[in-house]
Design a protein around this ligand. Sequence first.
Ligand SMILES: *[C@@H]1O[C@H](CO)[C@@H](O)[C@H](O)[C@H]1NC(C)=O
Ligand SMILES: *[C@@H]1O[C@H](CO)[C@@H](O)[C@H](O)[C@H]1NC(C)=O
Ligand SMILES: *[C@@H]1O[C@H](CO)[C@@H](O)[C@H](O)[C@H]1NC(C)=O
Ligand SMILES: *[C@@H]1O[C@H](CO)[C@@H](O)[C@H](O)[C@H]1NC(C)=O
Ligand SMILES: *[C@@H]1O[C@H](CO)[C@@H](O)[C@H](O)[C@H]1NC(C)=O
Ligand SMILES: *[C@@H]1O[C@H](CO)[C@@H](O)[C@H](O)[C@H]1NC(C)=O
Ligand SMILES: *[C@@H]1O[C@H](CO)[C@@H](O)[C@H](O)[C@H]1NC(C)=O
Length: 396
Amino acid sequence: MPGLLFSPLCLTVIWFLSWSLCPSCAQIWTDEVSGEQYGRLESNVTLACNNSEIRLPVSWHLSHSTVLPWHQVTPNGSLVLLHANHSAQGTYSCYDNSGRFLRSIKLRLGHPPGRLTISCQVPNHTHVRCSWVETVKTFLPAEYNASFSNGKEWSPCIVDVTQKHCDVVHPAFWQPIHTLRITETNALGSKNTTASVKLHELLKPDPPESVLVKELEGYPKKLLISWRFPSSWPQHDAFPLIFHIRYRPQGSMFWSEIYSLDNSIVIWDALAGHLHQVQVRTRDEINAESQWSEWSPLLLGRPWEDYITPEPDVEPEDIFTLPTKSKPEASTPKSRGSKHGDEGNLGLVILLVLFSVVILTTIFSLIFVVWMRQRRRDHATKQELTSMVKMKSIPI
Ligand SMILES: *[C@@H]1O[C@H](CO)[C@@H](O)[C@H](O)[C@H]1NC(C)=O
Ligand SMILES: *[C@@H]1O[C@H](CO)[C@@H](O)[C@H](O)[C@H]1NC(C)=O
Ligand SMILES: *[C@@H]1O[C@H](CO)[C@@H](O)[C@H](O)[C@H]1NC(C)=O
Ligand SMILES: *[C@@H]1O[C@H](CO)[C@@H](O)[C@H](O)[C@H]1NC(C)=O
Ligand SMILES: *[C@@H]1O[C@H](CO)[C@@H](O)[C@H](O)[C@H]1NC(C)=O
Ligand SMILES: *[C@@H]1O[C@H](CO)[C@@H](O)[C@H](O)[C@H]1NC(C)=O
Ligand SMILES: *[C@@H]1O[C@H](CO)[C@@H](O)[C@H](O)[C@H]1NC(C)=O
């Protein structure tokens, strides 16, 4: 085809047509040819000045530079950039020997896609997110296509190009092994990377949330630790979690550890008067192959301390009055005092209300009784009167 195209006869016809019949057509035609070209870095890149045979030799210019990078111009006018590097990128223009513009090409250099490094996260039983990083920096825009297979059929893994990850919802969790295939495509090529995915082993919940450490009033060696399920974990009994709690006095090297299926726990062996560090993590209780979550952020809490009570031997009256669901309080005597005052006030108000209800009920009943009596008495006197009148009217 090129041989035919550039055969002397053909070229002469083209030259004749473009030159004699339609001088302005040549310009339009060459402008149409202008475009973008991609080349590999560190290789020889050839830029063709398509109809350069019209008037050889041609000259080449690079838009942002007065000198061209290391290059050769072939006898047919093509520009060969030797061992092209990043500084060779730009817009190249080709002119014939009379200075007439023939063609411009925007050159972008990079690499074809290489293998991807894939990693997948499984925060619950209904969601898989796989992300990837390139092992080769391509410097070129790429597209990704990802599919997920349960061994029988492929389903799409929904790609987010900017974040370089893809999501599968409701994977077939009962299948032991899945396959993920990601195809990266850019202007210089395309590459498939596959990874096998074991959902059971990758299952790793997010850390427990809203972890709180609270003192238990009256107990200088106890701490109440509470937390919530990770919000990305479905809140039904089908997927129970086990929690791992660790704590130590601040400055100590050794953690004490407890496991729990609940979402709160009381530790009994805190070091009185010391600030403690507390962390909680979690794992699927049933699936022993799954992973522990990350630890929750380090939290500090101090057991209750006896600041204000004048008699230190006083026993705490009632554990049920202790708050268990409120936010942690600063363990200063002031805040405790004011809280106690509030509770006292509330009790007093309730008592007063009850008392007034009783009083009012009594008063109303009394009034009612008195009124009833009065009514009965009135009725009686009326009857008496009528009977007396009747008696008087009876002739003797
Ligand atoms: C590039 O061209 C030069 C000169 O023609 C040649 O010596 C070299 O081997 C070529 N390099 C590649 C990678 O083709
Ligand atoms: C030259 O331009 C023509 C018309 O656009 C095109 O068909 C042909 O492929 C080009 N040849 C080269 C070598 O770029
Ligand atoms: C790129 O290649 C040119 C020669 O074409 C050379 O002068 C320049 O130093 C090279 N730049 C880098 C960063 O390698
Ligand atoms: C020009 O010559 C080179 C070899 O020197 C060849 O690779 C290229 O295809 C030719 N270009 C055109 C447009 O004929
Ligand atoms: C991506 O892959 C799916 C399934 O393999 C295919 O149906 C689809 O056409 C592909 N899309 C692109 C843009 O390659
Ligand atoms: C990549 O996988 C697709 C199937 O989605 C296949 O059609 C294509 O040939 C593969 N490409 C390579 C380079 O292996
Ligand atoms: C599973 O985790 C994903 C990602 O965190 C979340 O968007 C989704 O809502 C979770 N599913 C359930 C049932 O909680």
